[in-house]
Design a binder for this molecule. Structure first.
Ligand SMILES: *[C@@H]1O[C@H](CO)[C@@H](O)[C@H](O)[C@H]1NC(C)=O
Ligand SMILES: *[C@@H]1O[C@H](CO)[C@@H](O)[C@H](O)[C@H]1NC(C)=O
Ligand SMILES: *[C@@H]1O[C@H](CO)[C@@H](O)[C@H](O)[C@H]1NC(C)=O
Ligand SMILES: *[C@@H]1O[C@H](CO)[C@@H](O)[C@H](O)[C@H]1NC(C)=O
Ligand SMILES: *[C@@H]1O[C@H](CO)[C@@H](O)[C@H](O)[C@H]1NC(C)=O
Ligand SMILES: *[C@@H]1O[C@H](CO)[C@@H](O)[C@H](O)[C@H]1NC(C)=O
Ligand SMILES: *[C@@H]1O[C@H](CO)[C@@H](O)[C@H](O)[C@H]1NC(C)=O
Ligand SMILES: *[C@@H]1O[C@H](CO)[C@@H](O)[C@H](O)[C@H]1NC(C)=O
Ligand SMILES: *[C@@H]1O[C@H](CO)[C@@H](O)[C@H](O)[C@H]1NC(C)=O
Ligand SMILES: *[C@@H]1O[C@H](CO)[C@@H](O)[C@H](O)[C@H]1NC(C)=O
Length: 709
């Protein structure tokens, strides 16, 4: 028995889960989300993006918790509201705002365009319906599949350290935290991975969720290929290992859809690598160097002697971003594999969830008997525009700016309006660049209403947080929540932070880190007491769970849904054409006749905009690598577009023409034999004067030989 929590009568949870599923892809004119870099438009596909859903229910199935890890930069309020609406129309009151957690992995190589707040849609060229719909539908579909595949089962928990995979990218902020506090930790990042292993009653493996704090920015901001970055690669390795003989995501049918009907033999293992308090954690472990001179720029401003902050970038551990992604992903995967195999501590106890909507512009925090402080209306500081060593900003902004810059302030005042004195004072010492909380045209620029949420699965409490907590912020929050549980007799809780959940509010630093105004602090939008406010709020949720009083929590003000249909800036798709005497899918540049392992097989086709193929479906496979079987005298797909060994490039030309190039980076150990590369697309064709229709087509390279090494 534990404290006064609900449902103490059973010892085993019924686990359930599953699923893969396919968001979309290859968004061509759509900006990738995360670096806010206007040049970073999607130009193809390296790996697929998935939504991985897990449902845990009690023995009667009446109490449930849904955890979804999605390969996107962050979950937006718009996505969340639309997902909840669809769930309500399908399942009534079963899946609700309090028991559904949506968490982004924080890949910076996913689509943008799925936000309703003005700041985000400006930076991703509008609210892009196809991107938003594919994310919402993909998430709902993953929950549907999980729902239909629930099995009685057991959950085990394990934890361990992942080495050599992170650095703190704002170590000078971290050092602002009290020495007595820092001394309690051996590192300026959290190295611990927490992992849940799920098996059914017969011990058959169902899947895992792990949480580990690292930015998925191994792929840098010069990348144009959609992919799920280092943590996505870890998922891929784990799922490939457990789902032997199936193609990733089961997109096995050329040009086709995910196979329906999961069975024990095929492809149903799901491995989610979810985000945590990664705010100040970079995977680029060689650290920051000036790209022009090669000197270190590991200084409080992350600035280079020549060229300033724009030259200071971190990289490594690999020699290029693809290699770095694989090294970090592999490290994470190997630790997860070890923890998974050894997991023996069973998670038992009641299930519950607590949720509130809170106006984060307006939270009073009781610091002690004499002092009460307040959060602020949202605002971004000057150092926000400096970016980080993982993706530098523009102009001459630097991190650690507490002075502001009269030049930019004047431009801001003329274009967007001056911040009020009240907001300036509230955010001190942050010099305000954008007073987003005071900008409401055509819709508010930043959210006021934010979700706070905890789900408890037996002795595990998952804190769903609406942004990027820094290392020390995360530690303070976990510790406060754990002691809150303790103080109500619910002892020994494992507390994990699930990052980038439900609504995006940028960063959350400690009060001390906030004072030096590096990027993370300038992006702590509700002011210096943001963390204290969250600690107070999450303690409230923990208390409600511990006292079985979650029903009594006030719901708080419901977030608004804006009508942003009028501001989509993405051009619609027009008719396309092929070069003279060619048609769509024809080969322009052929493969060689022969390759060896570690070489790159490459073919270029007359192509069409990949958005055509994604417009109605969340799933479309753009390519296969096929091997010829002498025995059956037929071709078999051995890889698809979800594979990390294949790359799909789209290059747009003039007069509605474009090319598609498919690369296969042939790995060591590839079976010798006869192979070919195939392409599956759709093009837009004009019929009559005003109608444009979408026509499917295919292309194939010639057969080529892979010879023994
Ligand atoms: C928890 O509260 C619910 C009503 O909100 C009640 O039905 C249930 O019996 C309570 N459980 C415990 C263990 O007190
Ligand atoms: C990104 O990585 C590539 C190597 O893969 C490198 O050539 C490029 O300079 C890097 N760009 C940035 C902005 O770090
Ligand atoms: C949130 O609180 C602020 C400050 O009191 C207020 O100005 C704003 O209108 C509130 N937002 C909403 C959506 O209620
Ligand atoms: C209460 O907190 C404030 C601000 O941190 C501090 O200045 C003050 O000394 C504290 N008072 C007590 C009684 O601890
Ligand atoms: C930033 O650039 C502008 C325009 O070049 C200049 O006026 C301003 O002084 C610069 N600010 C700093 C801090 O260098
Ligand atoms: C803000 O404060 C400054 C300096 O105290 C003052 O000159 C100015 O009038 C104030 N602005 C507003 C809008 O109150
Ligand atoms: C949304 O905006 C569009 C364009 O301004 C308008 O046509 C439509 O009626 C609006 N819808 C709602 C529900 O207000
Ligand atoms: C399969 O066919 C290829 C091409 O005809 C031939 O070179 C190869 O030896 C055959 N392999 C087997 C195992 O029969
Ligand atoms: C397409 O490929 C052809 C042949 O290699 C080349 O001449 C043409 O410039 C390419 N077009 C685009 C848009 O990349
Ligand atoms: C998508 O749906 C529209 C309207 O039904 C249709 O014209 C188009 O061909 C479809 N596209 C694909 C790729 O199936």
């Amino acid at each position: 028995m534990r404290g006064k929590r609900s449902r103490c009568s059973f010892s085993r949870l019924e686990v359930i889960l599953i699923v893969c599923l396919v968001l979309m892809i290859a968004l061509t004119v759509v900006l990738l989300m995360g670096y806010a870099n206007p040049d970073q438009v999607g130009g193809g596909l390296l790996s697929r993006l998935y939504s991985r859903a897990f449902i845990v229910a009690d023995a009667e199935g009446s109490t449930r918790v849904v955890f979804v890890s999605v390969d996107i930069g962050m979950v937006s309020q718009r996505v969340r509201l639309e997902v909840l609406k669809q769930l309500q129309s399908k399942y009534g009151e079963l899946y609700r705002q309090d028991n559904v957690i949506l968490s982004g992995t924080h890949t910076h190589s996913g689509p943008g365009g799925y936000f309703q707040y003005t700041l985000f849609w400006i930076t991703s060229k509008g609210l892009i319906r196809p991107a938003l719909s594919s994310i919402v539908n993909g998430i709902v579909k993953s929950i549907d599949i999980a729902h239909e595949n629930m099995k009685r089962g057991r959950i085990f928990i394990n934890r361990g350290m992942v080495e050599n995979s992170q650095i703190n990218r704002s170590p000078f902020s971290y050092l602002e935290n009290p020495e007595s506090e820092r001394k309690r930790y051996s590192s300026n990042t959290d190295k611990e991975m927490v992992l849940l292993k799920m098996v059914d009653e017969d011990g058959y493996e169902l899947g895992l969720i792990s949480w580990f704090a690292v930015h998925p920015v191994s792929m840098n901001n010069s990348n144009h290929l959609v992919n799920s970055d280092n943590v996505g690669y870890a998922s891929y390795l784990f799922e490939q290992e457990k789902n032997k003989g199936t193609l990733p995501g089961e997109v096995g049918v050329p040009g086709g859809m995910v196979k329906q009907g999961w069975d024990r033999e095929g492809g149903s293992f799901v491995a989610a690598f979810a985000s945590s308090n990664l705010g100040d954690v970079s995977p680029n472990t060689r650290g920051p160097f000036c790209v022009n001179t090669g000197e270190s720029c590991d200084n409080p401003q992350s600035s280079c002697p020549v060229g300033g902050a724009a030259m200071c970038m971190a990289k490594g551990p690999g020699n290029d971003m693809f290699e770095s992604t694989r090294i970090i992903g592999q490290n994470i995967y190997l630790k997860a594999k070890e923890l998974y195999e050894k997991a023996s501590q069973e998670v038992t106890g009641p299930l519950s969830s607590a949720h509130q909507w809170v106006n984060m512009s307006d939270v009073s925090v009781q610091l002690n008997a004499t002092h009460t402080v307040k959060t602020c209306k949202p605002a971004l500081g000057h150092s926000f525009a400096a970016g980080t060593i993982d993706g530098v900003g523009a102009f001459n902004f630097t991190q650690g700016s507490v002075e502001g810059d009269p030049f930019w302030d004047q431009i801001r005042d003329q274009l967007l309006g001056e911040p009020s004195n009240e907001t300036k004072a509230c955010h001190k010492p942050k010099p305000i660049l954008f007073s987003t909380g005071e900008m409401t045209w055509p819709h508010p620029w930043h959210p006021d209403i934010v979700d706070v949420q905890i789900a408890a699965i037996g002795s595990l409490a998952i804190l769903a947080v609406p942004g990027e907590f820094t290392t020390m912020s995360g530690r303070r929050l976990r510790e406060a929540v754990k002691s809150e549980f303790d103080s109500h007799g619910t002892r020994g809780m494992n507390v994990v932070i699930a990052g980038l959940c439900n609504v995006y509010t940028h960063y959350i630093t400690t009060y001390e880190e906030y004072q030096v105004q590096r990027y993370e602090a300038a992006s702590t939008i509700y002011g210096p007491h943001t963390l204290s406010a969250y600690i107070q709020l999450y303690r409230g949720l923990a208390k409600a769970i511990a006292l079985n009083a979650t029903q009594e929590l006030p719901r708080g003000p419901e977030p608004p849904l804006f009508n942003v249909t009028s501001v989509t800036l993405l051009p619609s798709l027009g008719a396309e054409s092929a070069p003279a005497a060619k048609t769509f899918g024809d080969v322009l540049e052929e493969v060689r006749q022969e390759y060896r392992e570690r070489e790159v097989a490459e073919v270029t086709f007359v192509g069409a905009n990949p958005r055509n193929s994604a417009e109605n479906a969340t799933e479309h496979n753009f390519l296969t690598v096929e091997r010829y079987s002498n025995i059956s005298s037929s071709w078999h797909a051995v890889l698809n577009d979800a594979s990390w060994d294949t790359r799909f490039y789209w290059s747009k030309g003039s007069r509605g023409q474009s090319n598609v190039t498919i690369e296969w980076h042939i790995p060591a150990g590839t079976e010798p034999g006869v192979y070919r590369l195939r392409y599956f697309g759709h093009y837009k064709k004009r019929v009559g004067l005003f109608r444009v229709i979408t026509v499917p087509f295919e292309g194939s390279s010639s057969a080529f030989q892979i010879t023994a090494p």
